[in-house]
Each structure stands twice: as structure tokens, then as C-alpha cells.
Design a protein around this ligand. Sequence first.
Ligand code: IPM
Ligand code: MN
Length: 367
Amino acid sequence: MKSYNVAVIGGDGTGPEVVREAIKVLDAAAPKFGFKLNYTYFDFGGDRYLRTKEVLPDSAVSDLRQFPIVLLGAIGHPDVKPGILEKGILLRLRFELEQYINLRPVKLYDDRFCPIKNKKPADIDFTVVRENNEGLYVGAGGNVFKNTPHEVATQESINTRRGVERCLRYSFEYARQKHVSQPWRGLKPDDLTAGKRSQLTLCGKTNVLTFAWDLWFRAFHEIAKEYPDVKTDYAHVDATTMWFVKNPEWFDVIATDNIFGDIITDLGAMIQGGMGIAAGGNINPAGTSMFEPIGGSAPKYTGKNVINPLAAICAGAMMLDFVGESKAASAIEQTVIKVVREKLKNLAAGKMGYGTKEVGDLIAAGL
Ligand code: IPM
Ligand code: MN
């Protein structure tokens, strides 16, 4: 029997509660699909930091490297200054484990939960491939003359050919794989005649950020030649946010940089029904990948059994898909869809009509 070692970081706030439900579901799926999961728990997060004054122990990264997959709850603590845990834990792990892709599917499971009128699940079904190791997130910059009228602050976006290229190659490959069985529904007859099966939209800002996005744009069109089956498309990031609301059905796969990906996926989460349902994966295709609900630690809901665990459950499904247990992953997703459609009143914390644990039970029992 196949078995997988999983590192589990519950983290802060509601992180541990939602991860508990994800594990409940994973453990219900494992025997049904013939694999085993072995969990090792790590206590990284705000409470540990406040207790020990250490954000991450020195051994953290090398310990996590021993695992192919990590399930993460949330990072962010109300008693810790913003930035310390986010940079010291989440971003450090994404960077040091070279999780250069942040994969964020945006899928509407039930039109009742879409804030946009007349949009159906078929209209909102795309994936954002966010570059996860470069851009504004590298922390390049600094201040001089701090706290004086002359204060200068810089924050530079770093884009390397290698970093951009590996993100784009992943995106093209992902777009191709997404439609091996059936071409994307948004293609026109002409596209199909030309042999296209998927669409990859580059989301950037070539009209203003003319250094970084020139690199992205050139690399995009060079690599595209190797993927004649993938239709290429370009959208500025501001227009992308407009189209997420106006015509989300125009998107199949979107590749973008770290900061734009951060911003557009919060909007993506809203049109798919909210933070309660949005999952993502920090992917190192050759190393340790880390899966997480993208919503954050939600301190005010902590310990109340009201937070929606579906994002964490979906992150667990993405994790299974990533290791090759795609039947189990899709069974979890189908069960989530069924429960969302047939049982839940709302996807927001405290309004689901069920508690956190009960939602976990429904998914585990429905598999
Ligand atoms: C996310 C979060 C993080 C990010 C923060 C918490 C550092 O917003 O995962 O999108 O900006 O990447
Ligand atoms: Mn974000």
C-alpha cells in the first residue's frame, strides 16, 4: 500500500481547527482509495513565537525538506506585529523550500454563493498560477533617513529569467494537462480548428512596468512556441480584475507574478464564494510542496466551531492530487460540491447552518 508522510502545521487562529477537519476527510478517503497518510505535527506559529521568541527553529526548513507534502492551516497572530510571522514563517518556507508556484484554482461550486448576478459554475472555473519566489516579495529595498522628512523607502520587484521561465513553463504544462480529455469550453471554432485545447492568459502590466513585464512578455511568447495546443492571451492586471467580475468565463489558466497573483486571487476567492472555500498549493515540483486554505487565521472566529473548513479540505484534496491520488482528490471535490449544493446555507463563518466539525463530518461521511 502506498503511504505518504505529511508534515502538518496547524499554525495560528482557526488554522488548527480547519486542518483537523481536513485530516478527518483525508483519513476517511485513505482506506477507501487504498493509501495511508502518516502525519508529523509542527507547532510553528504565533503562540510558539510568543513563548520562545523564535519565529522558526533553525532545523525547521531541513526538517520539512524530509516531507514531500505539508498541510498548513494559517499564519498570522493578533498579538504579533504584522510581517513577523508572515515573512518569518510563510514566506520563508515558500522561498527556502523553493515553492516557486502558488497554484490557486478559482471554481464556483454553486451559483447561490456567487456575488455576481447570473454566473454559473461553468462561468467561473479557472486557475491562477502565481509566481511564488520572486517579484516584490523578495524583500529587496530599504529605508534611509527613517522618521525624518527626507525618508526614502524602496521596494523593488526582482524578476529573473530563470524564475519567470520556470513559472511560465509550469503554467503552459498545467494548461495543457488541464484539457487532455476535453478542450476548454471557451475556445472558438477557429481556435479548435487551429488545434488549440487550452488558454493561458499572461496577467501583467506591460504598459507601465516596462522592464519586468518586458521580460515576462518575451519569455511567454518564446515558450508558447513549444505549446501550439495552448492559445495565448494577455491582459493587464487592472483589466483582469474588471473581467473577473464582468466576464470570468474568459479565463482558463492565468500566469502572473507574485504581487498581482496575491491580489487577484483574493478577488478570485470572492467570486468563487469566499475565503471559506478557496484553497491553494505552494508547489515545488521536485521538492516539498505545501497546501493551504488561502483565507488566513481569522482570529475573531478562533475556537468557536464556526469557521468554514472547506478551503482546508479542498487544500487536502489538492495535496492528494499532487501526489498522484487523483481519484481520491476528485472524490473529495465531488463531495464538497454535493454538500455545498445540498446542505450549506452559506459559505461564510457562522452562517453555514452547520459548525466547523459538522461540515467536516458531512464530507467525511459523504465520500
Ligand atoms: C497569501 C497571503 C500571504 C501573501 C501573506 C499572509 C504573506 O496573503 O497567501 O495570499 O501575501 O502571499
Ligand atoms: Mn493574499
